[in-house]
Ligand binder design. Structure first.
Ligand SMILES: C[S@@+](CC[C@H](N)C(=O)[O-])C[C@H]1O[C@@H](n2cnc3c(N)ncnc32)[C@H](O)[C@@H]1O
Length: 208
């Protein structure tokens, strides 16, 4: 939890309590339904919560922004972002029902009012959003094909509506075929821990 305060020192008491509650909740739920590698649970705050919040080092969502987390699993990056941006709404989608259940239970347990969840393939989701966020789900080109139908034309933020993904390692092969405007932010410029050495936030505009 200290690592979250190190990089996000201005959290409200509510946000501190919500982030603080995640460790016991994920430890408990993960023992029943695997959403995080079991040996990685001790790294929950660094590898999962802070990594998710890396998106906030690229964009500060304006109040009222609508965001879908495609392939949220147990709620990453959607739940940490929903805590950090309580005035934006987050719709967490996953094709595996029991993972959606974990995300739903945890969002409810910490009293998040700005989160909805849905068990479906993102291909079936018809709602419109300003941004889609995603971590470890599928290549950029595949994500773009699925979400084109979901990106609203109304703009409210510092960057045009689009896709904001957490990616690791070698990206050139993934970014090269993408014809849209793309911006890559290195998380090692913000977070000094070795885990972030190769981690990136990739933003792609979606014009439709
Ligand atoms: C490796 S997990 C990552 C989960 C989470 N984003 C995280 O970083 O912990 C990938 C998730 O994407 C989901 N997924 C894959 N294709 C999907 C699709 N077309 N629609 C919805 N969810 C999908 C899978 O069910 C799985 O839970």
């Amino acid at each position: 939890m200290d690592i979250i305060l190190k990089y996000f020192p201005d959290l409200t008491e509510t946000q501190k309590e919500q982030f603080g509650a995640l460790y016991d909740l994920y430890t408990d739920w993960n023992s029943k339904i695997n959403v995080i590698s079991r040996k990685d649970i001790t790294n929950l705050y660094e590898h999962h919560v802070l990594h998710s919040l890396g998106i906030a080092k690229f964009i500060q969502f304006k109040p009222g922004t609508r965001i879908m987390d495609l392939g949220t699993g147990g709620g990453f990056p959607g739940i940490p972002l929903a805590i950090l941006f309580p005035d934006s709404t987050f719709h967490l989608v996953d094709s595996i029902g029991k993972k959606v259940r974990v995300a739903t239970e945890i969002a409810n347990a910490i009293g998040l009012k700005n989160v909805t969840t849905r068990h479906c393939r993102a291909e079936e989701e018809k709602q419109m959003f300003d941004f889609v966020v995603s971590r470890a789900v599928m290549p950029l080109t595949d994500l773009l094909k699925i979400i084109r139908k979901n990106i609203s034309k109304e703009q409210h933020n510092a960057f045009p509506n689009g896709l904001v993904c957490l990616k690791g390692g070698e990206l050139e092969k993934e970014v090269f075929p993408v014809k849209h405007q793309t911006m890559v932010t290195e998380l090692k410029d913000f977070f000094s821990e070795e885990f972030f050495e190769t981690k990136k936030v990739v933003y792609v505009t979606v014009n439709n």
